[in-house]
Design a binder for this molecule. Sequence first.
Ligand code: IMP
Length: 190
Amino acid sequence: MKKLVAATHNKGKLAEMKKILSEYDIISVGEFDNGVEPIEDGETFAENALIKARSAYASSNLPSFGDDSGLCVDALNGAPGVYSARFAETPKACNERLLRELEGVKEEDRTARFISVIAYVDGQTEFVVEGKCEGKILFSEEGTEGFGYDPLFYSIDLNKPFGIATMEEKNSVSHRARAIAELKKKLMTL
Ligand code: IMP
Protein backbone atom coordinates (compact mmCIF):
# COMPACT_ATOMS: atom_id res chain seq x y z
CA MET A 1 0.00 0.00 0.00
CA LYS A 2 1.38 3.44 -0.92
CA LYS A 3 2.37 5.48 2.13
CA LEU A 4 1.00 9.04 2.50
CA VAL A 5 1.90 11.34 5.37
CA ALA A 6 -0.95 13.49 6.70
CA ALA A 7 0.34 16.80 8.10
CA THR A 8 -1.98 16.80 11.10
CA HIS A 9 -1.82 15.80 14.75
CA ASN A 10 -5.63 15.97 15.01
CA LYS A 11 -6.99 12.44 15.63
CA GLY A 12 -10.46 13.30 14.28
CA LYS A 13 -9.07 14.63 10.98
CA LEU A 14 -6.72 11.65 10.70
CA ALA A 15 -9.59 9.19 11.17
CA GLU A 16 -11.65 11.00 8.51
CA MET A 17 -8.73 10.96 6.08
CA LYS A 18 -8.02 7.26 6.68
CA LYS A 19 -11.66 6.44 6.01
CA ILE A 20 -11.86 8.34 2.70
CA LEU A 21 -8.32 7.48 1.50
CA SER A 22 -8.61 3.80 2.43
CA GLU A 23 -6.44 2.69 -0.53
CA TYR A 24 -3.44 4.41 1.08
CA ASP A 25 -1.43 3.77 4.22
CA ILE A 26 -2.05 7.11 5.98
CA ILE A 27 0.61 7.96 8.55
CA SER A 28 0.45 10.96 10.89
CA VAL A 29 3.30 13.47 10.64
CA GLY A 30 3.49 13.04 14.43
CA GLU A 31 5.53 9.88 13.78
CA PHE A 32 8.30 12.03 12.26
CA ASP A 33 8.22 15.54 13.72
CA ASN A 34 8.12 14.95 17.51
CA GLY A 35 5.00 17.12 17.63
CA VAL A 36 6.77 20.25 16.34
CA GLU A 37 4.39 22.08 14.04
CA PRO A 38 5.39 24.67 11.40
CA ILE A 39 4.24 28.28 11.80
CA GLU A 40 1.13 28.83 9.70
CA ASP A 41 1.74 32.41 8.63
CA GLY A 42 0.26 32.22 5.11
CA GLU A 43 -2.34 34.70 3.94
CA THR A 44 -4.41 32.12 2.10
CA PHE A 45 -5.64 28.60 2.82
CA ALA A 46 -3.40 27.33 -0.02
CA GLU A 47 -0.27 28.96 1.45
CA ASN A 48 -0.93 27.44 4.87
CA ALA A 49 -1.73 24.01 3.40
CA LEU A 50 1.55 24.14 1.43
CA ILE A 51 3.50 25.17 4.55
CA LYS A 52 2.15 22.08 6.36
CA ALA A 53 2.65 19.68 3.44
CA ARG A 54 6.23 20.89 2.71
CA SER A 55 7.13 20.63 6.37
CA ALA A 56 5.71 17.08 6.60
CA TYR A 57 7.67 16.09 3.47
CA ALA A 58 10.86 17.62 4.94
CA SER A 59 10.42 15.57 8.16
CA SER A 60 9.37 12.28 6.58
CA ASN A 61 10.82 12.25 3.06
CA LEU A 62 7.55 10.58 2.04
CA PRO A 63 4.68 11.93 -0.11
CA SER A 64 2.78 14.28 2.20
CA PHE A 65 -0.36 16.36 2.28
CA GLY A 66 -1.53 19.17 4.53
CA ASP A 67 -4.87 20.90 4.85
CA ASP A 68 -6.12 24.26 5.97
CA SER A 69 -9.72 25.28 6.36
CA GLY A 70 -12.03 27.94 7.66
CA LEU A 71 -15.24 29.87 7.35
CA CYS A 72 -15.63 32.77 4.88
CA VAL A 73 -18.55 35.14 5.43
CA ASP A 74 -19.54 37.40 2.52
CA ALA A 75 -20.85 40.28 4.67
CA LEU A 76 -17.44 40.35 6.42
CA ASN A 77 -15.48 40.37 3.14
CA GLY A 78 -14.44 36.75 3.60
CA ALA A 79 -13.52 36.94 7.30
CA PRO A 80 -12.69 35.10 9.49
CA GLY A 81 -11.10 33.05 6.64
CA VAL A 82 -7.56 31.92 7.45
CA TYR A 83 -8.02 33.43 10.91
CA SER A 84 -11.03 31.19 11.72
CA ALA A 85 -9.29 29.38 14.59
CA ARG A 86 -7.86 32.67 15.94
CA PHE A 87 -10.97 34.88 15.61
CA ALA A 88 -11.30 34.84 19.42
CA GLU A 89 -9.82 32.95 22.40
CA THR A 90 -12.18 29.95 22.37
CA PRO A 91 -14.56 28.37 19.83
CA LYS A 92 -17.49 29.71 21.89
CA ALA A 93 -16.02 33.23 21.85
CA CYS A 94 -15.44 32.90 18.08
CA ASN A 95 -19.15 32.19 17.59
CA GLU A 96 -20.13 35.09 19.84
CA ARG A 97 -17.87 37.45 17.92
CA LEU A 98 -19.30 36.25 14.59
CA LEU A 99 -22.86 36.93 15.80
CA ARG A 100 -21.84 40.38 17.08
CA GLU A 101 -20.19 41.32 13.79
CA LEU A 102 -23.29 40.23 11.87
CA GLU A 103 -25.74 42.14 14.06
CA GLY A 104 -28.26 43.94 11.84
CA VAL A 105 -27.31 41.88 8.74
CA LYS A 106 -30.45 40.48 7.08
CA GLU A 107 -30.94 36.77 6.40
CA GLU A 108 -30.37 37.06 2.64
CA ASP A 109 -27.02 38.79 3.24
CA ARG A 110 -25.68 36.18 5.71
CA THR A 111 -24.25 33.90 2.99
CA ALA A 112 -21.05 32.05 3.89
CA ARG A 113 -19.01 28.99 2.99
CA PHE A 114 -16.62 26.57 4.61
CA ILE A 115 -13.49 26.06 2.51
CA SER A 116 -10.89 23.33 2.82
CA VAL A 117 -7.67 23.37 0.80
CA ILE A 118 -5.34 20.38 0.66
CA ALA A 119 -1.76 20.64 -0.63
CA TYR A 120 0.26 17.63 -1.82
CA VAL A 121 4.07 17.56 -1.94
CA ASP A 122 6.33 14.65 -2.91
CA GLY A 123 9.62 16.24 -3.93
CA GLN A 124 8.68 16.19 -7.63
CA THR A 125 5.09 17.35 -7.69
CA GLU A 126 3.17 19.98 -5.74
CA PHE A 127 -0.52 20.72 -6.18
CA VAL A 128 -3.50 22.06 -4.25
CA VAL A 129 -7.15 21.03 -4.36
CA GLU A 130 -10.18 22.70 -2.78
CA GLY A 131 -13.56 21.71 -1.37
CA LYS A 132 -16.39 24.10 -0.46
CA CYS A 133 -19.78 23.94 1.15
CA GLU A 134 -22.25 26.78 0.95
CA GLY A 135 -24.50 28.03 3.69
CA LYS A 136 -25.82 30.93 5.77
CA ILE A 137 -24.95 32.18 9.23
CA LEU A 138 -27.86 31.67 11.64
CA PHE A 139 -29.06 34.35 14.08
CA SER A 140 -28.29 32.14 17.09
CA GLU A 141 -26.65 28.77 17.72
CA GLU A 142 -28.70 25.70 16.82
CA GLY A 143 -27.74 22.21 17.99
CA THR A 144 -24.57 20.90 19.54
CA GLU A 145 -23.22 18.51 16.89
CA GLY A 146 -19.88 19.07 15.16
CA PHE A 147 -17.34 21.63 16.33
CA GLY A 148 -16.18 25.20 15.77
CA TYR A 149 -18.67 27.28 13.80
CA ASP A 150 -21.01 24.34 13.09
CA PRO A 151 -23.83 25.50 15.43
CA LEU A 152 -24.07 28.80 13.49
CA PHE A 153 -23.86 27.28 9.99
CA TYR A 154 -27.02 26.48 8.04
CA SER A 155 -26.04 24.09 5.24
CA ILE A 156 -27.70 24.71 1.86
CA ASP A 157 -26.87 21.14 0.76
CA LEU A 158 -28.48 19.52 3.80
CA ASN A 159 -31.17 22.15 4.31
CA LYS A 160 -30.43 22.12 8.02
CA PRO A 161 -27.88 23.54 10.47
CA PHE A 162 -24.64 21.57 10.83
CA GLY A 163 -25.31 21.78 14.57
CA ILE A 164 -28.17 19.30 14.25
CA ALA A 165 -26.73 17.18 11.39
CA THR A 166 -25.31 13.72 12.11
CA MET A 167 -21.62 13.16 11.38
CA GLU A 168 -22.60 11.03 8.34
CA GLU A 169 -24.78 13.84 6.98
CA LYS A 170 -22.07 16.44 7.47
CA ASN A 171 -19.41 14.20 5.91
CA SER A 172 -21.62 13.71 2.83
CA VAL A 173 -21.40 17.44 1.97
CA SER A 174 -18.51 18.88 3.96
CA HIS A 175 -15.77 21.06 2.50
CA ARG A 176 -13.15 18.68 3.93
CA ALA A 177 -14.76 15.52 2.50
CA ARG A 178 -15.02 17.27 -0.90
CA ALA A 179 -11.36 18.36 -0.81
CA ILE A 180 -10.23 14.85 0.18
CA ALA A 181 -12.29 13.41 -2.70
CA GLU A 182 -10.53 15.84 -5.09
CA LEU A 183 -7.14 14.82 -3.66
CA LYS A 184 -8.01 11.17 -4.26
CA LYS A 185 -8.93 11.89 -7.90
CA LYS A 186 -5.65 13.76 -8.50
CA LEU A 187 -3.56 11.08 -6.79
CA MET A 188 -4.98 8.48 -9.17
CA THR A 189 -3.57 10.45 -12.14
CA LEU A 190 0.01 10.58 -10.76
P1 IMP B 1 -7.95 24.02 10.64
O1 IMP B 1 -8.15 23.56 9.25
O2 IMP B 1 -7.92 22.89 11.60
O3 IMP B 1 -6.84 24.99 10.80
O4 IMP B 1 -9.32 24.78 11.00
C1 IMP B 1 -9.39 26.16 11.18
C2 IMP B 1 -10.66 26.59 11.88
O5 IMP B 1 -11.72 26.70 10.93
C3 IMP B 1 -11.20 25.68 12.96
O6 IMP B 1 -10.59 25.93 14.19
C4 IMP B 1 -12.67 26.10 12.99
O7 IMP B 1 -12.83 27.29 13.70
C5 IMP B 1 -12.94 26.38 11.53
N1 IMP B 1 -13.50 25.19 10.85
C6 IMP B 1 -12.89 24.47 9.88
N2 IMP B 1 -13.67 23.45 9.49
C7 IMP B 1 -14.80 23.52 10.24
C8 IMP B 1 -15.98 22.72 10.30
O8 IMP B 1 -16.16 21.71 9.59
N3 IMP B 1 -16.89 23.12 11.20
C9 IMP B 1 -16.76 24.20 12.00
N4 IMP B 1 -15.67 24.97 12.00
C10 IMP B 1 -14.69 24.63 11.12
